[in-house]
Design a protein around this ligand. Structure first.
Ligand SMILES: NC(=O)c1ccc[n+]([C@@H]2O[C@H](COP(=O)([O-])OP(=O)(O)OC[C@H]3O[C@@H](n4cnc5c(N)ncnc54)[C@H](O)[C@@H]3O)[C@@H](O)[C@H]2O)c1
Length: 336
């Protein structure tokens, strides 16, 4: 049902990476507000079954001519949501060239095509992984960005490219630094389907369901109350809603912003496991292992800029709702 808060009727919005986990939720929310999400995706990680709220163009961001041709098919779209990237952090460490090519060159191709066709509004999915190790929690957007991983470095490079396009050519943008996207749409029709899956909640649910080989904890000797890493989990429907608010404020004249998307609250790995056991009634079997290189002790957002600029507060991100909706999706997917 279109939300009376912000109406996107008659709007074409290009969603690059709209076949992926977060992209599918963004598309559904755009459609619920009356807009038409147009997905550009090469399905290197996304899923055809997750694209169902508007037209689809199969296109690879690394192919500059093909991206331009895709834009030319949809001349009414001046707003682009850019979610496409390689995201598996370990893969970036082993083979950085593919990461830089897909993420950085791909984003440059996108920016060039946008400029060529006159699309002048961009919402970009960056990450809290662009910050470095710091004790300054909660993290403000003004915190020094000193990413450890290749993944974080590619995202920071893209942030810089977007800032340069803003300065030189007047590109309007909102760069979101997502914290941990989690949960699933309450309908159960879309959810997190990465392959390989490296995220804690789906992997812990899998272990609870007796599928796979149990859960590995990467480090139990961190300087946190229970020794495990602390992260900020935000529901994917809240992330999608923040995109609608970003479109609204850009329509209202906002020209540039970097904005954290988190709840401001941190949970440890062991707290997540306990919450999963409570919601599912199952036990999560796990094995403590050594730290994983590059994992920071804790990361949680200062969420006040999103509140102030976008008038956005997460509404779906209680830990219980995140886990219940993820479990609802995965149980159906696994036939349980
Ligand atoms: N999931 C999280 O917790 C999280 C946290 C911080 C930032 N992000 C960022 O949010 C975005 C979406 O994340 P996600 O979890 O939905 O990932 P995802 O892998 O599910 O979705 C990414 C989509 O982009 C597409 N894609 C990748 N490279 C492409 C290319 N060259 N051409 C066309 N399409 C391409 C994939 O096929 C996929 O559909 C990513 O940019 C990611 O870095 C995610």
């Amino acid at each position: 049902m279109p939300n009376p808060d912000y109406d996107l009727s008659g709007r074409d919005i290009i969603v690059v990476g709209g076949g992926g986990y977060i992209g599918a939720h963004v598309c559904k929310t755009i459609a619920e507000r009356g807009g038409r999400p147009i997905v550009f995706d090469n399905f290197q990680a996304g899923h055809e079954h997750a694209v169902k709220w508007g037209p689809f163009v199969k296109v690879d961001l690394r192919d500059r001519a093909a991206i331009l041709a895709a834009f030319e098919q949809h001349p009414n779209a001046n707003t682009v949501v850019h979610l496409a990237s390689s995201i598996e952090v370990g893969e970036g460490e082993k083979a950085p060239e593919g990461f830089y090519e897909n993420n950085v060159s791909g984003a440059l191709n996108l920016l060039m095509a946008m400029r060529e066709v006159g699309a002048d509004r961009l919402i970009f999915s960056s990450t809290c992984a662009t910050y470095g190790e710091t004790q300054n929690m909660p993290l403000l957007e003004s915190e020094i960005q000193n990413p450890f991983s290749v993944y974080g470095k590619t995202k920071l490079a893209i942030e810089h490219m977007i800032q340069s396009y803003h300065k030189a050519y007047g590109l309007n943008y909102v760069t979101f630094r997502y914290f941990n996207a989690s949960g699933a749409d309450a309908s159960g029709e879309i959810g997190e389907e990465h392959d390989p899956e490296t995220h804690l909640i789906p992997n812990a649910l899998k272990a609870a369901a007796g599928l796979g080989q149990g859960l590995k904890l990467f480090g139990t000797d961190y300087d946190t109350p229970d020794g495990t890493c602390v992260r900020d989990y935000i529901h994917v429907n809240d992330i999608a809603e923040a995109h609608i608010q970003a479109i609204r404020v850009m329509d209202g004249g906002l020209t540039q912003a970097e904005v954290n998307l988190g709840t401001g609250e941190g949970y440890s790995v062991l707290q997540i496991i306990k919450a999963i056991e409570k919601v599912t009634g199952l036990t999560v079997p796990y094995e403590a292992g050594p730290r994983r290189e590059g994992d920071l002790t804790q990361l949680y957002a200062d969420a006040s800029r999103a509140r102030n600029i976008l008038d956005f507060t997460p509404e779906h991100s209680s830990l219980e709702n995140i886990i219940a909706t993820a479990w609802n999706f995965h149980r159906a997917k696994w036939g349980l």
